[in-house]
Design a protein around this ligand. Structure first.
Ligand SMILES: Nc1ncnc2c1ncn2[C@@H]1O[C@H](COP(=O)(O)OP(=O)(O)OP(=O)(O)O)[C@@H](O)[C@H]1O
Ligand SMILES: CC(C)(CO)[C@@H](O)C(=O)NCCC(=O)O
Length: 333
């Protein structure tokens, strides 16, 4: 994926601009901000990280640099805070108009992107930063992995080599889950997926109890159906904001291979691991196995089903080979 995430006309600027003026004269819905311009936007509201915040962030992923948090994620949490406040005002306006009691409506953020691009890490950093704001302390995080069909069902449908593809998820359940959280139900349960056993965990549920913010993370959160099911409701219909984490495919593939190598020495050794047969592979064998899984499954899914949803996001974080975000694209229109 060496091309830019967005239509050519939105890529030319490096600084904040009100609007890109495309070659064809059409207004672009995007503003592209180089990292330093994006980082400067947080100075509008000084934000600091306490020692406790730093300790929590280090616990999420020791590989994330604190510069990254300050330059990229603090401005993002500031932007989201403004959106949350504005959205709460809009809900109050609707309640005033209807003469109804103010209902608590969670602000829902979708986080999309390839397998191994860093969605979980981004989501957990945002969860930690957003929960620091005084007006929305409860931030729930759910991954769509829990809505994969169990392996027995995937096998029955011949989909074991299609995990992560649109047809491998129980989309109706996922949509119902988000709709119920958004409707303010006191307690909504989601199924849980284990990367260790590579399957849905029977009888385990995660409970979401009227959070102020729900972060829903997964490959498929911006996917819509085909023309055949035109009248369906999509997960993204419930989003107040969506983020696509983007990087060149060659980098994402490398991150996938590196993670596979690390897991070979750790999780794959666990007797409960679905992949324990890989624990004894040499470095070369492990790399070849991971590259093969990438080529047959995750790479194909990225190109066919994930990347095509990028232009639907409100914000695109573009990462360089070392995971550092170099450009942020924000939807203006
Ligand atoms: N900001 C970051 N800085 C450094 N390393 C990172 C960053 N984000 C993610 N990584 C590394 O990249 C790899 C993938 O990250 P992560 O597990 O967050 O991705 P994911 O998109 O949630 O993946 P999956 O969909 O496969 O669960 C991990 O090895 C992680 O340590
Ligand atoms: C569960 C998903 C689809 C998403 O997290 C992914 O991690 C996965 O298992 N993909 C299938 C191929 C593989 O084992 O990497």
């Amino acid at each position: 994926m060496s091309e830019s995430p967005l239509p050519a006309r939105s890529r030319r600027g490096t600084g904040p601009r009100a609007m890109d003026d495309g070659a064809d004269g059409d207004p672009s819905p995007w503003v592209a901000l180089a990292r330093e311009d994006w980082a400067a936007l947080r100075s509008a509201t000084p934000l600091t990280l306490s020692e406790a915040d730093l300790a929590q962030l280090r616990g999420i992923n020791t590989r994330v640099s604190l510069d990254e948090v300050a330059d990229v994620y603090l401005p993002l949490s500031r932007l989201l805070n403004l959106y949350v406040a504005a959205t709460q005002d809009l809900h109050r306006a609707t309640d005033t108009f209807l003469g109804s009691l103010a209902a608590k409506v969670p602000f829902v953020i979708g986080i999309a992107g390839s397998v191994a691009v860093g969605k979980s890490t981004t989501s957990r950093i945002l969860q930690a930063l957003l929960s620091r704001w005084p007006d929305h302390p409860e931030v729930a995080l759910v991954t769509t992995d829990g809505f994969l069909w169990p392996n027995a069902e995937l096998e029955r449908r011949g989909l074991m080599e299609r995990k992560g593809f649109p047809e491998s998820y129980d989309v109706a359940s996922l949509v119902r889950f988000v709709a119920r959280v958004k409707a303010g139900e006191p307690e909504v349960a989601a199924p849980v997926y284990s990367h260790l056993t590579y399957d849905i965990v029977p009888d385990e549920r995660v409970l979401v109890r009227q959070p102020d913010i729900l972060i829903l993370e997964g490959l498929n959160v911006l996917q819509t159906g085909t023309a055949a099911d035109e009248r369906r409701v999509f997960v993204s219909d419930f989003f107040d904001f969506s983020i696509y984490v983007d990087a060149a495919e060659q980098d994402v593939e490398r991150w996938y291979v590196e993670r596979f190598r690390t897991l070979r020495g750790t999780a794959f050794r666990d007797p409960r691991s679905y992949f324990r047969r890989y624990a004894g592979l040499t470095d070369d064998q492990a790399d070849a196995t991971a590259r093969d899984i990438w080529a047959r499954i995750n790479g194909v899914n990225l190109r066919d089903n994930v990347l095509p949803t990028r232009s639907r996001a409100d914000l695109v974080l573009q990462k360089a080979a070392d995971h550092a975000v170099h450009t942020v694209h924000l939807r203006k229109l």
